[in-house]
Ligand binder design. Structure first.
Ligand code: PMT
Length: 400
């Protein structure tokens, strides 16, 4: 059973009939081991009294932003710093809208703004309000900012309607709150991933590149976030949106990708090189568009720096994962790259097949590491990314 032992939780209560469930929620959080401070909006106090919440938590209830007495005790900044988790239950449509706008016009919104703690909200409102486009857009935006949305449930409502918008039961919310603290495979780790193609300029209008879509690398970034990691994605030019909670650094050329990778890798725990980096670039980038003249145009190429090998050679090297894109002798070539580049793991894929590899939604890979290998069956890149990340976190556990 998940516990909240020694966890410090701010329970935010906003105005809605579901506020009566907040009393039970406070009790359950405390039963699980948490210390709870309650912050109530003015509207919340119309539904449940601060005295009830004070009696249940054993702590004074915080209700106003500009109260000199309260600020002399635990002021809003101290409250914000104190919290391991801010849990707002119920979260009304109005509160969600104010939070989306980044407002700090009462104590609860200000504490949310001032805190680095994760913020979870349990929406509760009439089903039409829940389904309203504004509310849905607001929730989408909060999700994108990394806020945790718990529920709502579907069913009969206090107003007589039936539909989505009921606050989850207190026990469900307490359980979800406890799960936020469960250690995930990569929690506390920083993962840097490069993805997509690079472009090597020939002249102002032309470049050399390849068919990489970035799908594999972006799926890895998403899976690493799911596993609890802080993720930085260094991406070549692709047509994909950055996954939620991923820091995106956009680059164009192999040299730019190299610079960003060697800058970020020394402070990371895991570096994954899924990018299809151009091995060569033109010796000279013509300042003007090359005119069509000769029958044969020769462009001299020079090798780019090997990014993943440079990362693996660092003194403070992260767990370094390369990819091998092969059209023949997959195992031989992948194993050679693993050894020559001094990698901890290489993910080999056959890029001669049209249904996997470059630019497809699926892939099929074999993992090689110094003491073993494992094949992963054909699956979507998202599913494979989860398996690869799971494997990496297991490897980290054995080396930690
Ligand atoms: O982007 P998608 O369309 O989803 O396609 C995914 C993919 C096929 C691009 C991906 O699965 C993949 O195989 N990526 C590696 C492509 C590649 O460049 O492989 P390689 O065998 O040429 O290089 C071996 C390793 O060295 C790779 O980790 C590569 O990132 C790295 N490398 C290569 C050259 C270079 N100058 N610097 C590098 O770091």
């Amino acid at each position: 059973m998940s516990t909240l032992t020694n966890k410090q939780i701010i329970l935010g209560i906003t105005g809605g009939i579901a506020a009566y469930k907040s009393a039970e929620l406070a009790r359950l959080l405390i039963d699980k081991g948490a210390t709870v401070h309650v912050v109530m909006t003015t509207a919340a106090q119309e539904f449940i009294t601060p005295l009830t919440m004070q009696a249940l938590t054993g702590n004074p209830v915080h209700t106003t932003l500009l109260d000199p007495q309260a600020e002399a005790g635990m002021g809003h900044i101290q409250l914000a710093r104190w919290a391991d988790l801010i849990l707002i239950a119920p979260a009304s449509a109005n509160f969600i809208a104010r939070m989306t706008q980044g407002k700090g016009d009462d104590l609860l919104t200000t504490v949310c703004l001032a805190s680095n703690a994760p913020v979870a909200i349990a929406p509760a409102m009439n089903q039409n309000m829940w389904q309203d486009a504004h509310t849905q857009r607001n929730l989408e935006s909060l999700r994108a900012d990394g806020k945790i949305i718990m529920g709502p449930a579907d069913g009969p409502q206090a107003c007589g309607d039936v539909g989505p918008g009921r606050m989850l039961e207190a026990a469900q919310i307490a359980q979800l709150a406890a799960e936020q603290f469960e250690k995930k495979g990569l929690s506390g780790k920083h993962v840097v991933i490069n993805a997509g193609p690079t472009r090597e300029a020939i002249d102002p209008v032309r470049y050399i590149s390849n068919y990489s879509s970035g799908k594999m690398g972006y799926s890895l970034a998403e899976a690493a976030v799911e596993a609890g990691a802080k993720v930085t994605l260094i991406s070549g030019p692709v047509n994909l949106a950055a996954p939620e909670r991923v820091e995106l650094i956009s680059v164009i050329s192999a040299e730019e990708m190299y610079q960003q990778s060697v800058k970020l890798a020394p402070n990371s725990d895991v570096f994954i090189a899924s990018a299809a980096v151009a091995d060569y670039r033109p010796v000279k980038v013509e300042p003007q568009k090359i005119k069509k003249q000769a029958d044969v145009l020769q462009i001299q190429l020079t090798p780019n720096k090997d990014i993943v090998a440079a990362v693996a050679a660092l003194d403070s090297k992260p767990f370094t994962v390369g990819f091998a894109a092969e059209t023949q002798n997959l195992e031989d070539y992948a194993k050679k790259k693993l050894t020559q580049k001094k990698l901890d793991l290489i993910v080999a894929n056959d890029v001669s097949k049209e249904d996997i590899g470059f630019n497809s939604d699926d892939n099929e890979v074999t993992l090689f590491w110094p003491s073993g290998q494992r094949s992963l069956d054909k699956a979507s890149k998202r599913q494979l990314a989860r398996q690869i990340i799971e494997f990496i976190s297991q490897q980290l556990e054995t080396t930690d």
